[in-house]
Design a protein around this ligand. Structure first.
Ligand SMILES: Nc1nc2c(ncn2[C@@H]2O[C@H](COP(=O)(O)OP(=O)(O)OP(=O)(O)O)[C@@H](O)[C@H]2O)c(=O)[nH]1
Ligand SMILES: [Mg+2]
Length: 235
């Protein structure tokens, strides 16, 4: 009997990498710095965006892609801050992927945008596996989730270039040990920056705002240099 060959997409991650690379080229051509913001549900991603937009929207063009299973609540919250926001509904999918970002980009006007922030689906596991074409991954952990989360979900804390420990205003009401979080994260990700913040009170926001504003400025400068440098023709 003739052997029947069934084509199988063996590596979904590999397919996603191709789409992420296409997205990255598109972002670089447009000179946009892109961040993939990840956390558990409710750790404070949209609250961070609201406060960050309030502080920085006068200095740079900001747009947001929101990822949620259902609803457009988060995109509506962002639009109220006066910036473009597109909502992706994954309808059960636990993370965003490169293809979803390509579709969302069709609904955004990228002219004048310096910083695009993608709020991933609330989930401390799957989003860590899927690149979207971003320049930096940023993770939020809220103190209400417990100080053991970096130990139990290490990948999310290893791959980020910055960790924001949010809701520090709640520290007196929890048994969260900040020193334990700092120590674990130092071991998992020695090069990662850690910011301790409260989106409610604004405590700790200045260092975070300077860091992200510097990243956008550095990106802009590198791009200007790349555009200005003469092409090296190969002989
Ligand atoms: N006490 C306190 N509450 C906060 C802080 N930051 C956010 N919250 C509250 O936490 C809840 C969840 O915040 P969101 O910003 O919606 O969290 P999220 O990560 O975007 O949630 P999902 O998109 O559903 O995953 C809201 O009720 C916020 O008001 C904080 O620093 N302190
Ligand atoms: Mg949100």
């Amino acid at each position: 009997m003739a052997e029947i060959k069934v084509p199988v997409v063996r590596n979904i991650l590999q397919a996603n990498e191709r789409l992420a690379a296409e997205n990255r080229s598109r972002f670089d051509e447009a000179g946009i710095f892109v961040v993939n913001l990840m956390s558990s549900p409710g750790a404070g991603k949209t609250s961070l965006l609201e406060k960050t937009i309030e502080a920085l929207a006068g200095r740079m063009g900001i747009a947001v892609i929101e990822g949620d299973l259902q609803s457009s609540y988060d995109a509506e919250r962002i639009q109220k801050k006066g910036v473009q926001a597109v909502q992706i509904n994954t309808e059960g999918g636990c993370h965003l992927d490169g293809n979803m970002i390509q579709i969302a980009l069709e609904a955004l006007d990228l002219a004048g945008i310096d910083l695009l922030i993608i709020e991933n689906v609330g989930n401390l596991v799957c989003p860590a596996e899927f690149n979207l074409g971003e320049h930096e991954k940023i993770t939020i952990l809220s103190v209400a989730e417990g100080d053991d989360k970096p130990i139990k979900y290490p990948l999310m804390f290893q791959i980020c270039s910055a960790l924001l420990v949010n809701k520090i205003d709640l520290l007196p009401y929890t048994n969260c040990d900040m020193e334990k979080i700092r120590k674990t994260v130092r071991q998992l990700n020695p090069a990662g920056k850690v910011f301790e913040i409260s989106c409610r009170t604004g405590e700790g926001f200045e260092p975070w705002l300077s860091w992200i504003a510097n990243k956008v400025a550095e990106h802009r400068k590198n791009r200007a240099q790349a555009c200005a440098s003469p092409r090296m023709d190969k002989h």
